[in-house]
Design a binder for this molecule. Structure first.
Ligand code: DKA
Length: 132
């Protein structure tokens, strides 16, 4: 997995505000999250992977073993359950909230960029990150 340890910085974002609205994120948190350009890095730590998303708004560390469900605290503070799996260079995350909402994230890692497609209900958000 040649993309482990690479740092990617966001260069574009489409529909993120609508996506966050669908997740039930309030206005103040949305404003803060919309204002930042996060850096994403996938790390490996023994059997675990750690997806680190850093910004001045918030830094989250999502620690997982592929295929095993885990508890996650999302960047908006929501307590959710997630499962992450790899399909080649794509990392797929399915996240379920207490409210029953299912959110999927597909992060496709490449040598130059990482593209994240996030979907909740009928809303899709696409964010592109360039290697640093
Ligand atoms: C990113 O990786 C954004 C991840 C989105 C997390 C869910 C929405 C949080 C709202 C504060 O660039």
């Amino acid at each position: 997995m040649e993309f482990v340890g690479k740092k990617y910085k966001m260069v574009s974002s489409e529909n993120f505000d609508e996506f966050m609205k669908t997740l039930g994120v309030g206005l103040i948190t949305r404003k803060a999250a919309n204002a930042v350009t996060p850096t994403v890095e996938l790390r490996k730590d023994g059997d675990n992977f750690v997806l680190v998303t850093s910004s001045t708004f918030k830094t989250t560390e999502v620690k997982f073993v592929p295929g095993q469900e885990f508890d996650e605290e999302r960047a908006d503070g929501a307590k959710v359950k997630s499962v992450c799996t790899f399909e080649g260079n794509k990392l797929k995350q399915v996240q379920k909230g207490n409210d029953g909402l299912e959110v999927t994230y597909v992060r496709e890692f490449g040598p130059e960029e990482m593209k994240a497609v996030m979907t909740a209900k009928d809303v899709t958000c696409t964010r592109v990150y360039k290697v640093q």
